[in-house]
Design a protein around this ligand. Structure first.
Ligand code: FAD
Length: 575
């Protein structure tokens, strides 16, 4: 819905506080201070929790708790911890510049938050509204503990453009598909306008004690694998603003095409870690992008596509909110019976970017080096793991969790299940990305491959995407001996594809949706039918007719690699 001035009406009235779990029994009136509990909203601008705390006119105490116990398997991974250190350091400096202090505590938040609220005499604790299941459970426990003492927890929407509890279909059901969800969001109008930081922050005289950030050991030391991350990112609000400006100044126009070209510098905004850690709100990003359109048709087109991606971010949170088991279990029950293979050597080759398929290796090495991978490359590498290698999507999800600076429980699990075909509004399993076709289409000149797989640099474009097809003389001239300078492919692409399709056929029967997929698979003929609602997500392979030979992979339940610490996994993979 667009207003006559070309601007959408605002989604006002949707930023109200949530999870107001306490009784509000009057203790707020006798409060001496307010507690602001930061989580994944590490910013001063457009932070509704911060505004609500400041509006009490009481001194505000700022707290961040590192509670790895509550997060369990989903505590921040190695790259996430590196980012968190930088982001907290930046936030602490911004607060100090305003005469305030960030209090750091490590341990059980259900004990720490109520105890600190009692210590400073806070009637209210303000925080951002989370969508991670473990954090929601934690909030319930903290709210209950506070309530016992007549205090209350007040959560504010800080991480999505929409109030996710207010998005319903016309028939009153939840959306299970992205496109109508996005239509409903767009129809609701523009996201709320961003708020500037409060002018003044009243701070208490004596401050509570705080841990020293350096003592949390969030940065890797032995080995220090973070050099590529340091060279690529500036965690914190200032870095986020600079990245947003760079993208909007030069790259919104043409984003529709460049977002699919992994080799294009700044082809996408690279805002994902800043958005994940809440150094920028999606509302700030939306408004800045919208305001930058001016009269340009190209920028408007870029904006429309960019907005779709921001809504995918909201949709992922929405899906996780309504499917708390999503990070661990397939949404489609039939996939519980999938006969995934167990092949640690293949898994490690994938993690290290040594599969012998250049576009896959380029993506995995980019991830390793800078803690981020371009979206098209994420799709190709994920599909290769799940389909050509027939390894459980949870293995890939775990690896991404540990190595991505933007690792986000909602987006990561929704995306992995989308690739695996086991999730909500996913790509059907029988759509198998051919990595070579994808590579030729989206990295036509080989810029991406040459950057991240330099040993192939001298190969002519024609052979770069599939070196195993190159004549011996061409390889020799490029200085490559396959199996020595660069691996032979881990799997024959056509055999891998057939093995995956055979495994899929064995589970397809009893599950309604997968049966439908299979029937569709037998009749689809073109890429048009392969288009999903997801912008730019298109499978390029012909659909699976019932041609594959039965696979021989042994049934393996997905292992979660429990017990190996994230940084241990990074260290184990070498550099
Ligand atoms: C297997 C797989 C795993 C992924 N894991 C994560 C993850 O852990 N964290 C994460 O933030 N993204 C994840 N994505 C989604 C996507 O790849 C990244 O959000 C995107 O590449 C980030 O780059 P950008 O900021 O330049 O995006 P842009 O193209 O500039 O998009 C702007 C913003 O929109 C959102 N967005 C873009 N693409 C998607 C998408 N496909 N789904 C949901 N939101 C999107 C992000 O917040 C992004 O920062 C994953 C995708 C795949 C295929």
């Amino acid at each position: 819905m667009t207003g006559h001035d070309g601007k959408r009406p605002a989604r006002r009235g949707r930023a109200e506080a949530k999870n107001d779990a306490g009784s509000g029994s009057g203790s707020a009136n006798s409060s001496r201070a307010t507690l602001l509990w930061f989580r994944q909203d590490l910013r001063l601008e457009d932070n509704r929790a911060l505004h609500a705390a400041a509006d009490t006119s009481l001194p505000v105490v700022f707290l961040f708790v590192l509670d790895d116990g509550a997060a369990g398997d989903w505590k921040a991974g190695g790259a996430g911890r590196w980012w968190l250190h930088g982001s907290l350091s930046s936030l602490a400096a911004s607060l100090e510049a305003r005469g305030a202090r960030l209090i750091l505590r490590r341990g059980d938040a259900t004990a720490i938050v109520p105890a600190l609220a009692a210590e400073i005499g806070a009637g209210e604790v303000h925080c951002g509204l989370p969508h991670e299941p473990w954090m929601r459970k934690l909030d319930e426990q903290v709210a209950a503990a506070l309530e016992k003492a007549g205090r209350r927890l007040v959560a504010h929407r800080v991480a999505t453009t929409m109030d996710l509890d207010a998005v319903w279909s016309k028939s009153g059901t939840r959306f299970g598909v992205y496109s109508p969800f996005a239509r409903a969001c767009r129809a609701a109008g523009a996201p709320d306008a961003p708020l500037s930081p409060p002018r003044t922050l009243a701070c208490p005289g004596p401050q509570p004690s705080s841990d020293a950030l350096d003592n949390w050991n969030l940065l890797p030391t032995r080995p220090d694998w973070a050099g590529g991350l340091r060279n690529s990112w500036q965690p914190g609000e200032a870095g986020a603003q600079a990245r947003l400006k760079r993208f909007l100044d030069g790259h919104l126009d043409g984003y529709g095409a460049s977002r699919d070209a992994p080799g294009e510098a700044d082809g996408t905004s690279m805002l994902s870690p800043h958005l994940h850690w809440g150094e920028l709100s999606p509302n700030q990003v939306w408004h800045a992008a919208h305001d930058s359109i001016g009269g340009s048709a190209g920028r408007r087109a870029g904006f429309e596509t960019f907005e779709s991606e921001l809504l995918w971010h909201d949709f992922s949170a929405y899906v996780l909110r309504h499917n708390p088991a999503l990070p661990d279990r397939p949404v489609r029950g039939a996939f519980e019976r999938m006969e995934w293979r167990r092949d640690p050597a293949a898994l490690q080759a994938w993690q290290q970017g040594r599969t012998g398929v250049p576009i896959v290796d380029a993506g995995m090495r980019q991830l390793w080096r800078i803690g981020w991978m371009q979206n098209r490359a994420r799709m190709i590498t994920a599909s290769f793991l799940v389909k050509h290698l027939l390894l459980p999507w949870q293995e890939g999800e775990r690896w991404f969790w540990d190595t991505l600076v933007d690792a986000d429980l909602a987006t990561n699990s929704v995306s992995w299940q989308w690739i695996a075909g086991s999730g909500i509004d996913s790509q059907p399993f029988f759509r198998v990305f051919n990595p070579v076709t994808q590579s030729r289409r989206y990295d036509r000149n080989g810029t991406y491959i040459r950057r991240w797989v330099p040993e192939l640099r001298e190969l002519p474009d024609r052979w770069l995407h599939a070196p195993w097809e190159a004549p011996e003389g061409v390889l020799t001239e490029a200085g490559i001996t396959l199996g020595q300078d660069y691996p032979r492919p881990l799997v024959d692409l056509s055999e891998g594809r057939n093995r995956a399709l055979a495994a899929f056929r064995r589970i397809a029967g009893p599950d309604k949706r997968t049966t439908e997929n299979r029937e569709q698979a037998d009749t689809d003929t073109g890429t048009g039918a392969a288009r999903s609602g997801k912008t730019g997500r298109r499978a390029d392979d012909a659909p699976a007719a019932a041609t594959g030979r039965p696979g021989r992979g042994k049934a393996a339940s997905p292992s979660r690699s429990k017990g190996s610490s994230p940084s241990g996994r990074r260290a184990a993979a070498g550099s």
